[in-house]
Design a protein around this ligand. Structure first.
Ligand code: SF4
Length: 285
């Protein structure tokens, strides 16, 4: 018998051309990701601030008289001179050509893509080069099951939370693994799996126990681990390592008291009980 998760999953045919079978970068008119282009690597990251920055860029790009090398380079110069260039992760490139795409400029995407430039592919001008822009797929593609990737696509309410979440493969997997040791909290009716994933998105976006609130929301997820998240320092508050340590580390946590640690454990435990329901729905986790 097909369970609810499988029923949802078969509506998206796995794509053999994509590592892991599920395309994650462009999802819908309002949901896409540009995290590998450094989308979130901006100082004072916020949904509204990032949208405003992208909208300004997109407007400027649309007003360019031509699409030749000089025009594109002069656009880049304008971006770099008109926007703060301090980066939470200084060695993680933030591409100046990320803007807003789609019918209503409603999601992030590449301003140099041929679809927005009368079929001309300008991505060779970018720092990564055209080949990397066309062929790179982030670790999430290979790290999470197809069912879970499809669930994250379905659950995302907008591009901002989607790009932050889809690149958190280790956090999602940590939740699923730890939930395997927790008794599921039954409710009647059981929550929609997408709602459980949205709770995890909310936790990631609003986690109040970050050791570095300024950069903690941003994730450097590349395999070179240049900006890997630091271990949680339990000794500093005289505590033993938490049973949820793996989750806390993936959330970039730091605790200033045992009381704060216990509060954080209670929040995570409540979500784990619901995440345990996901494990029943997705047999291949
Ligand atoms: S970080 Fe991953 S999902 Fe996001 S745009 Fe890059 S390859 Fe696609």
């Amino acid at each position: 018998m097909m369970n609810r998760a499988q029923d949802q999953a078969v509506q998206i045919v796995l794509d053999p051309e994509i590592p892991g079978g599920v395309y994650l970068c462009q999802v819908s008119e309002t949901v896409s990701c540009g995290a590998c282009c450094g989308l979130y690597n901006v100082a004072g990251l916020s949904r509204d601030g990032l949208y405003a920055l992208l909208a300004k860029r997109t407007h400027r790009f649309s007003e360019m008289a031509g699409r030749n090398l000089d025009a594109v380079l002069s656009f880049r110069k304008w971006v770099e001179e008109s926007e703060p260039q301090e980066r939470p992760f200084p060695e993680f490139h933030h591409c100046p050509y990320i803007g807003l795409i789609g019918r209503d400029a409603s999601r992030p995407g590449c301003l140099l893509h041929p679809l927005g430039n009368s079929g001309i592919d300008l991505r060779g001008i970018s720092d990564y080069g055209g080949f990397a822009c066309r062929t790179y797929f982030c670790p999430t593609h290979d790290c999470l099951s197809a069912d879970i990737k499809i669930l994250i696509r379905k659950a995302a309410r907008d591009w901002f939370e989607y790009g932050l979440m889809i690149t958190e493969a280790s956090l999602v997997q940590a939740f699923l693994d730890v939930a395997g040791h927790v008794a599921a909290c039954r409710t009647a009716p059981d929550p929609d799996p997408a709602d459980i994933m949205r709770e995890l998105m909310d936790l990631k976006c609003c986690w109040p126990y970050r050791s570095d609130p300024a950069s903690g929301l941003i994730h450097y997820f590349f395999n070179d681990k240049l900006y890997a998240r630091a271990p949680v320092d339990y000794a500093a508050i005289g505590a033993e390592a938490s049973p949820y340590n793996r989750i806390f580390q993936e959330l970039g946590s730091g605790f200033d008291s045992v009381k704060a640690l216990r509060e954080a454990e209670a929040i995570v435990e409540a979500l784990l009980k619901r995440t345990a329901l996901l494990r029943r729905e997705f047999s291949a986790l």
